[in-house]
Design a protein. Structure first.
Length: 184
């Protein structure tokens, strides 16, 4: 290999590692809560607001997520919403804790059940803020592309909503495209 090719290969390698390091570094700027008791987190959550996600394009109102524990220790996800036409939309998935025992970072999969063992098609689900009574949660992705504000009740006090959204802004989330979920 001549010197020019060696230098090009070296520069390409350095560029690749730099991009990888920057990607990793930007993700680490998102802080999660210190610990989540999964048993307290299980149950039904109502979506108060979210950043756009193509999986939820059909969702118009009454968006909920129900979490329950599977026999194998993973978390079953039952997402439901209603379309503008009033049709119930449902998606069943599974979440895998990736930082036990803190339980603050999960990977979720909505692949068919027979394919969920594959390490592809999994999205990040990081718990960024959670009140002490497990009544309000802020969940996002480390790349700051997706965000959900969840509550145990369909409506949330505007002051609490603003507190949690301010937390997201302080972590660098752009909320200019935030969708406030309709609850009927």
């Amino acid at each position: 290999m001549n010197n020019k090719l060696k230098i090009l290969a070296l520069l390409s390698g350095v560029a690749f590692l730099s991009v990888a390091a920057l990607t990793y570094a930007s993700e680490e700027k998102v802080n999660t809560v210190s610990n989540v008791d999964l048993n307290k987190y299980l149950g039904t959550w109502h979506e108060i607001a979210r950043k756009p996600l193509y999986f939820q394009n059909k969702c118009d109102y009454n968006v909920t997520a129900n979490y329950s524990l599977n026999d194998n220790g993973t978390v079953k996800i039952d997402n439901r919403c209603y379309s503008k036409g009033g049709k119930l939309e449902q998606s069943i998935g599974e979440a895998f804790v990736v930082n036990a025992p803190a339980n603050t970072k999960l990977k979720v999969s909505f692949l068919p059940k027979s394919l969920r063992w594959l390490p592809v098609g999994r999205g990040d689900y990081w718990i960024l803020k959670l009140d002490d009574n497990y009544q309000v949660a802020l969940v996002g992705t480390p790349n700051k592309k997706y965000l959900w504000l969840l509550s145990r009740t369909p409506n949330l006090d505007p002051t609490v909503t603003q507190e949690f959204l301010d937390h997201a802004k302080n972590q660098g989330y752009d909320l200019s495209d935030l969708i406030k979920t309709k609850q009927k």
